[in-house]
Structure formats: structure tokens, C-alpha cells
Write a protein that binds this ligand. Structure first.
Ligand SMILES: NC(=O)C1=CN([C@@H]2O[C@H](COP(=O)(O)OP(=O)(O)OC[C@H]3O[C@@H](n4cnc5c(N)ncnc54)[C@H](OP(=O)(O)O)[C@@H]3O)[C@@H](O)[C@H]2O)C=CC1
Ligand SMILES: Nc1nc2c(c(=O)[nH]1)N=C([C@H](O)[C@@H](O)CO)CN2
Length: 235
């Protein structure tokens, strides 16, 4: 069996779309999910290996690493997609908020990458790590400060792991801006959000799928950021 690709937080939206696409290409896919949804059963029916994992505690990350390592001695790729887009105004405990953002977006990817270093370097072909960061990794965010800081930390890990795991493993960030709305986004929010980019569209999950495949197919991109932001940085 081919070395698997691990995608974290793949029960919905971008992670689910990337997992489905890799399965359609014939990859062996390992996904983690926190909340069980019908999508997980669908992925399992298509041949994915599924792991329940909440990355908010050290013990849970330990358990997830043990399960991930037990599945295969080699890995073709790891996509750190799991994420909690938390706002400061929704959390009175700011210490807890920063700690939670950092453990999900930085500690878990850091520990999983270190645990899979040998598995990635021993893959029969060049391997990839993709960190799903965010446009705000470079700009910050007034409303999502701890979230933005943790995504900046994740991007910095891209640079460190690109150096540490070369030449056998390529490591890159994918930094989206608005790719998909959330169910609760009202018409006013949607109209305002569309105007934030030059292209004024919300492309959907397939934009992340295209970025993933571009990086997987590349021979010469590492330590980089693929910005998927519709020209927002020029507005
Ligand atoms: N969608 C967009 O427009 C943008 C996305 N991004 C980034 O792209 C990635 C994918 O985005 P999107 O699909 O919208 O992400 P989601 O908001 O749908 O989150 C992805 C998954 O992360 C999981 N998750 C949340 N908290 C935890 C936790 N403590 N432990 C384990 N899993 C957890 C959730 O699992 P469950 O549902 O099973 O509980 C969820 O399904 C994310 O990293 C995001 O930050 C960046 C900018 C824009
Ligand atoms: N985990 C998530 N992170 C982010 C999401 C999301 O839905 N889940 N959404 C965004 C927004 O689209 C933002 O980019 C709009 O400016 C950011 N991060």
C-alpha cells in the first residue's frame, strides 16, 4: 500500500475537500476529526483511515501521535488543517484563549511533525508537509489576535521544518483569506467581506485543493507561502 497522507480536522469544508480529492487520486488517506459527522463515515467508505482527535490537550496529542504512527511506518504527506477561528470578544479568559490557539495551531503541528520525521524522510518518494495558515499570519487581526499569533507561529514552523527536513521533505504554508463563508455569516457580512479582495469572489474549498496538488506536484518549492487571497493584500 502507498504511504499515506495525513490530514487533520478533515470532517468538513477545506479538510474534507482535500481528503476527498486525494482519495479520488488513489492516495491512502488518514484523517483526524474532533466531532463525528456523516462525512467521516463517507471518507471511511472510500477507504480513508479515520482517527478521533481533539488537539486541545497534551494527552490528546500524545494519543493521536501514537495512533498515527501505528498506521504506517512511512508517510507521503501531512496537512495540518485543524483549526479554531476564535475571537477575543467571545472569550473572557484571555490566557486560556492564547494557550488554546497555540496548542491547536502550533504545538500539535510541531509535535506531530517531529514524531513523523522518520516516517516522512523514509517515504519512497519526496514527501510534503502543508501548514494551513492564514492571510493574517503577516498582518495580524484586531478581532482574532491570539488566532493570528498562532497562525504566525505555524508559519514560522514552516520555515524551521523546511530547513530541518530537507531535501527529502518539502514544507510550505498555504495562507488563505476568505475561501468559504460560514453558515452564520449574514448578507451584510458577506457583502462587506467580498469587497476586501480585488477579485471580490469567495472561490470555495477547491481553491485549497488546487494549492495542495500544486505543492504535492512541485519539485522545487519549499519554505514558501501560497497566498490564496484574491489580491486582498493590495486593497
Ligand atoms: N475557510 C476559510 O475561508 C479560511 C480557512 N483558513 C484555514 O484553512 C483551514 C481550513 O479552514 P476551514 O475548513 O474553514 O476550517 P474549519 O473552521 O472548518 O475547521 C477545520 C476543522 O478543525 C477542527 N478543529 C477545531 N478545533 C479542534 C481541536 N481542538 N482539535 C481538533 N480539531 C479541531 C474542526 O473539527 P470538528 O468540526 O470535527 O469539531 C473542524 O472541522 C484552517 O486551518 C483555517 O484556519 C484560513 C483562512 C480562511
Ligand atoms: N478555522 C477557520 N479559520 C478561518 C476561517 C474558518 O472558517 N475556519 N475563516 C476565516 C475567514 O474566511 C477570514 O479569512 C475572512 O477574512 C479565517 N480563518
Amino acid at each position: 500500500m502507498k504511504s499515506p497522507v495525513l490530514i487533520t480536522g478533515a470532517s468538513q469544508r477545506l479538510g474534507l475537500a482535500m481528503a476527498q480529492n486525494l482519495l479520488e487520486q488513489g492516495h491512502h488517506v488518514v484523517v483526524t476529526y474532533r466531532t463525528h459527522r456523516s462525512s467521516i463515515a463517507l471518507l471511511k467508505d472510500k477507504g480513508a483511515t479515520v482517527i478521533q482527535a481533539d488537539f486541545s490537550t497534551e494527552a490528546a496529542i500524545d494519543r493521536a501521535i501514537d495512533e498515527i504512527k501505528a498506521i504506517s511506518k512511512t508517510y507521503r504527506g501531512v496537512i495540518h488543517n485543524a483549526s479554531d477561528w476564535a475571537q477575543e470578544k467571545a472569550h473572557t479568559n484571555k490566557q486560556g484563549l492564547m494557550e488554546r490557539m497555540m496548542i491547536i495551531h502550533a504545538v500539535a503541528p510541531y509535535r506531530i511533525n517531529l514524531a513523523l520525521e522518520e516516517a516522512l524522510c523514509n517515504c519512497e518518494e519526496q514527501a510534503d508537509i502543508i501548514h494551513m495558515t492564514d492571510y493574517v499570519q503577516e498582518t495580524g487581526s484586531e478581532k482574532h489576535m491570539a488566532y493570528a499569533a498562532s497562525k504566525a507561529a505555524l508559519h514560522n514552523l514552516t520555515l524551521s521544518f523546511a530547513k530541518k527536513l530537507s531535501p527529502h521533505v518539502k514544507v510550505n504554508s498555504v495562507a488563505p483569506a476568505l475561501l468559504m463563508f460560514n453558515e452564520g455569516d449574514d448578507e451584510t457580512y458577506r457583502k462587506k467581506a467580498l469587497k476586501k479582495s480585488l477579485l471580490e469572489i469567495v472561490p470555495g474549498a477547491q481553491e485549497a485543493v488546487k494549492a495542495m496538488n500544486y505543492l504535492f506536484d512541485s519539485d522545487y518549492i519549499t519554505g514558501q507561502t501560497l497566498h490564496l487571497n484574491g489580491g486582498r493584500h493590495l486593497k
